[in-house]
Structures are given as C-alpha cells and as structure tokens.
Design a protein. Structure first.
Length: 226
C-alpha cells in the first residue's frame, strides 16, 4: 500500500475516521499506517530507507493526531462530567490522566460545539479565542483561516486589537482591572508554568472552571437555581 495515499491530515471534522488510518492492527497494541511506518505504545518504528515523502506525510499524520487528541480528551471529560457526576473523577484516575490538563481541554471543548470547530485550524487556535464572545470567535477564526495565521500571529492580532489598533474590527472581551497582591500573582504564574499554559490563559481557564463547578453545585442543591 502506498504511504502517500494512506497517511494524510484530517479533512473534515465531522467525518469520523480511525485514529491511525486504514492500516492493519498488529499484536501488542501496534498499528501500521503502511508497510513501512509502524506505531507502538512507546515509539515510532521507521526503516532506514524511508523516503522523504513518506517521512513528511507521516509527520503530518502525527501532527493531526496530536492536535485531535486535545479535542478528544476535552470531549471525553465533558461527557463524563455530564453523565457521571459522582464517578467521572474515578475514570480520570483509572486512565492515568492529569485532571488540570483535562479541565483546560474541556473548557475549550465546551466553548465550541462540534459544528463550530475548524478542521483547518489547530486546537490551540480555538483556545486563543475561547474566552471571547461567539461572534468574536467566529470573526477571528475566519481571519486566521483566510490568512493562514499561526497561533502566535492570531494571539498578536487579538492583542493589537485590544490595545486600540482594531480599526473597527471586533475586539476581545472588555478588560477589567483587578488589584491582586504580588505574592498571589507569583504563585499563579508558577501554577501556569507547571501546567504548561500561558499565564493569561491559565487564569481564564481556572476562573471559568471554578465558576462552572460552583454553578453545577448550585444546580444540584434542591430548590436552588443558578
């Protein structure tokens, strides 16, 4: 089987396909994309005579799987929280996953229903605009898709717009000044660094997640509505 037809990025977010493509399953949890490239639980096996084209396309496939996994894990946690309120944390522990990372994925996943996710843009593109209104999200994602922006270019464009250089373009959410003691800021920065998330994104995700959990607790109390 030719690797060039077997290894390709995802084309349509609503078209389900096997994670590793149509290759054969092997024993020991291994799956082949083609007769040359083999994935295992602990690594990727590639022959010394692999062509550049096969190597390049395998990289595209790996990148697509990595990006999609953020959506998958986010949707997985959202489903667990919605269906197994008293047991989903047990499932997280059984899967050996980090709850904070999953919460960040789930926060973005909740902000974008499946039909609004752009297959041509990465999960991180969506994360960059997740805190904005739906109209602003759509506008910025349209721009990112048309201009083929990287996530850094998208982030910088949003930041420029928030500084007053939008030229009539949609602006991010209104900024509010909050006085916070310096020692708290430092501990928050350390937590964000530990989680591998940009500081501002960590703050937004943490506040949104805590607000969501508080509202969930209210809804579970008899006679109390959020």
């Amino acid at each position: 089987m030719n690797a060039s037809s077997d290894v390709h990025p995802s084309r349509d977010v609503q078209r389900p396909s096997p994670v590793l493509g149509p290759g054969r399953q092997r024993s020991g949890g291994e799956a082949a994309w083609n007769t040359k490239v083999l994935t295992t639980r602990v690594g990727l096996q590639m022959p010394p005579d692999l062509s550049f084209e096969d190597w390049e396309q395998a990289g595209c496939r790996l990148s697509g799987v990595l990006d999609s996994s953020s959506w998958w894990l986010g949707d997985w946690l959202v489903y667990g929280k919605d269906h197994y309120v008293d047991r989903y944390q047990r499932g997280i522990r059984a899967a050996g996953l980090k709850y904070q990372t999953l919460r960040n994925y789930a926060w973005v996943a909740r902000r974008f229903v499946l039909s609004r996710r752009r297959a041509k843009l990465s999960f991180q593109h969506h994360a960059e605009v997740a805190s904005l209104t739906v109209d602003e999200q759509e506008w910025w994602l349209d721009r990112a898709e048309e201009m083929k922006w990287t996530t850094k270019q998208l982030r910088n464009s949003i930041r420029d717009a928030s500084d007053g250089g939008s030229g009539g373009q949609p602006r991010p959410a209104v900024t509010r000044r909050l006085v916070v003691p310096s020692h708290r800021i430092e501990s928050w920065r350390k937590a964000a660094l530990h989680a591998g998330i940009e500081f501002e994104k960590w703050v937004w995700a943490t506040l949104d997640n805590e607000a969501s959990r508080a509202l969930d607790d209210l809804e579970e109390q008899p006679g109390v509505r959020a």
